[in-house]
Design a protein around this ligand. Sequence first.
Ligand code: UT7
Length: 345
Amino acid sequence: MPTPIATAVPVTHTGILGLGVYRPRRVVPNAEIVAAIDSSDEWIRTRSGIAARHWAEPDETIVGMSVAAARDALRAAELDGAEVDAVVLATSSQMVLGPSAGAVVATELGMHDTAAYDVSAGCAGFCYALADAANLVRSGQARNVLVIGVERLSDLLDTTDRSCAFIFADGAGAVVVGAAAQEGIGPVAWGSDGSRTSAIKQDKGFQEYFAEVAAAEASGGTSVRPYIRMNGTEVFRWAVTFLEKACRDALDRAGVAASELDAFVPHQANIRITDALVRTLGLPETVAVARDIIETGNTSAASIPMAMEQLIRSGGARPGDTALLLGFGAGLAYAGQVVHLPPIA
Ligand code: UT7
């Protein structure tokens, strides 16, 4: 008989206790980027919904934006950093592979000896991290978990690329997950399809880039840094055909009917994808739909918490409302869950 090992003491219910965001100072309207991609404000608004986005300035780092969003999330949750046992940070644009941004954020928030790590799941990253956090709390492994979605995608943008330059943007959103009196985070519906990585990806690895730099130095030639690339049509088709199943799966697992939702907060990829999902799910007009993409662009792992905050701040939805979240993108990966919306700072 092996030596018995104790288990952590599980809690029955988890919830999102508070939400905070950081929007970079610099607002970039369509007019500023159209010349380089031979486009127009009207084309971008009609094909994507985007009117403007925020691009971070040099001092608005992944860590700095995360810390700002996390401080507000903790304030909204009325919790101190000392009560947080883990930090889970989702991003695809942190250019430093080690240490994890999560560990640096935890330290900058004054936390000591706190578990911290990063999650890479593209635009689904926030919902992956939220599921992870809910499971850590539910299992009794952590009292409270700080979940952060953060991006500086402008660092990976080829500003002459017609498919990507107008879409991607920067920002951060954070939530605190902890024990709750009733369930506030439903089971996650998630998956991925690595056979379709070419639909959205970094166009070259850093090893390939470093070899190019070395060759260029030796020959006096030039090298081109890695950029994010996307086959927009392929992603668009996948989103409007496959993701209905993901939404229904998340609703079924939570035991919530589409007609019982107060709000729908999908990843802010393209307003036409959001509209198509609203139609195929048959969401009634009473469901508030997040359309933060208009002013914020597509901030990948940060888009869902930022869109939640915008929806609550504008009065479209209230803390406690029942909402379906759905993240999707590079991987191709997706994750969705039904939640009760949190208070905001
Ligand atoms: O966050 C990760 C997930 N990402 C997404 O979900 C993004 C999904 N994809 C999309 O949002 C859309 O595919 C885009 C907004 C990127 C593009 O919209 P589209 O309706 O799929 O455009 P398209 O690529 O099919 O191109 C339609 C037309 C073409 O012209 P013709 O052949 O019809 O004459 C393009 O040359 O629009 C032209 N076009 C542009 N025109 C002005 C393509 N890009 C641009 C542009 N400005 N930036």
